[in-house]
Design a protein around this ligand. Sequence first.
Ligand code: SN0
Length: 320
Amino acid sequence: MKNFTKVSDISSVPLMVQKALELKANPFAFSALGKNKTLGLIFMNPSLRTRLSSQKAAMNLGMNSMVMNIDKEGWSLELTDGAVMNGTTVEHIKDAAGAMSLYCDIIGIRCFPSLVNSKEDYSELVLSQFIKYSSVPIVSLESATRHPLQSFADMITIEEHKLQTKPKVVLTWAPHVKALPQAVANSFAEWAIASNYELVISHPEGYELSEEFTKGAQIEYNQQRALQGADFVYVKNWSSFRDYGKILTQDDSWLLTNNKLKVTSNAKIMHCLPVRRNVELSDEVLNSPNSLIMQQAENRIYSAQTMLKELLENSSILKL
Ligand code: SN0
């Protein structure tokens, strides 16, 4: 069974990006491929772009889609094997995933981390239980530790806007009022590294991401130094991995302004959205002509569509 949850599930990022650009140029070229096939989308957390772009991607391939907000509309799920279910959980994930795979040909699932226990979150219990008990391919729509379809869309966006083969890409932490997952940052790092880009990650001390995702990147605690000569600046908040799930600082000197960006190489600015304007990223930067946020949002259609197409074709680009 082929699943898509991380960058190492595909054999070549550049090839996937090329395939996505071909689909973007001709989105309805495979509108018969998904005939009589059903995409199931399961949400345990909120979503705007992921839900709509996945449905749009399915439609472009002639595929049907069904959405379930399982956290609000489903039975409370039990995750532990062998549990005696005499408490608050009503249905075992084994039975839920088993039944859903009878109704769907591909299942996408969004499951955020608890941000309480790093070991539990980083073991990806929910996602791996779904993979274990499903008889159809599982696609991650953002799991506890990664957001692969977002990162794939980000790589498509960089490919469209880069002026050199190996651009300098800076991932910079930004302040936020809430403790957010590390998933987007982890995933962006592993995709940028797999794309062979020069990646510099900048954040306050204590916000180091798990090395599993950042091997090959340079860590620079001085944001201004990190921004020097940058071609792309990806802004994102995440909570601490080391002091797991904690907000260590809300220092607004990390908020990007056009003035700070003067040292870059006329950098393009990226954010996955949703963004807390003037907390995480200033209006002046988000509204500037260098902002790529809408291009990224649009490319969510093509990252999802490319992935669905490869899964429907059981393509060899996807590893087992
Ligand atoms: C999510 C995250 O992983 O950071 C989803 C990003 C695609 N973001 C949030 O949960 C934002 C919540 C907030 O209150 O701003």
